[in-house]
Design a protein around this ligand. Sequence first.
Ligand code: ADP
Ligand code: MG
Length: 323
Amino acid sequence: DEVVSQIAAGEVIERPASVVKELIENAIDAGASAIMIRTEEAGKRIIEIIDNGCGIQSDELEKAVMRHATSKLTNAEDLFHIHTLGFRGEALAAAGSVSRMRITTCTAEGNNGYSITVDGGKITGIHQTGTKQGTIVQVTDLFYNVPARLKFLKSDVTERNQIEILISRYALAYPNIRWQSTHDGKPGIRTTGNADYREVLTAIYGVDIAKKLIEIDLKEEGISVFGFISPVALTRSNRREMNFFVNGRWIQDVQLNSAIIRAYQSLIMVGRYPIAALFISMDPEEVDVNVHPSKAEVRFRSPDKVFGIVHRAVRRSLIFQSP
Ligand code: ADP
Ligand code: MG
């Protein structure tokens, strides 16, 4: 039983950032307009997400942290040797099975809040408690019962960066949500939820960089490309600072990366990358988002068209606006 939930957890929860991702997505799904993320020790000690979303009804609370049954395994040793597809609807169960988790929640209709505690996958209590509308999920001592996984984690700095990069992507994708993160008491990203991209970029890169980013905006053949890129002088050594959102979802695409890099052509030094936050909108029929649900990859129906437009949008802005 314990084994089964740990397998599911392994699939969904690889590292602290995976927990943060799942909890953020739940908060967004709940319609939150403000999301606070707090971590300690790179999320290994504490991950806490507070949202002001719809909350979970008291009679749904137990179900929310429970997993689906599976008959595939009986032995804990097999845990790292199996690849099972599909753990959707199991994120909370997964997080709860590899940590000590507490969810405190209240709906708009609910007169009372409730809190449920889970320890290594076992529900240890449900209590009535006072709380505001919304949900607080606290995940403590992540992987305390799966030491093998703890060993695979990178340094605290790396794990914390992963978390912060992840949050910044969601902040860009949802600029209408007020984001706030702290790590070991130090402030991370802070936004107001005013749907102001420049403000979110300032929160991520600092004002000096954000104010120099060049806005791009091009519409062609039903595809629109809007966003921000760095002037040549502001390139960086990190490829990860090129972020693409297709119809609002953050995606990864090697060819989009190179469409941008090619637009900088000889202007950019080898091993340097622009900063980019590009929002590409198109008819949902034109993009298949179900290629790799977890890996954030998509398939365009007319890839060359998309890459061409992105390339031109970037090229044009560089030529006309670069200092
Ligand atoms: P999924 O998100 O795929 O449904 P999860 O395990 O992540 O599965 O969450 C289980 C359920 O718990 C969700 O379907 C939702 O009903 C509820 N839930 C989880 N987190 C929140 C939240 N922050 N606010 C409101 N409801 C939540
Ligand atoms: Mg979820």
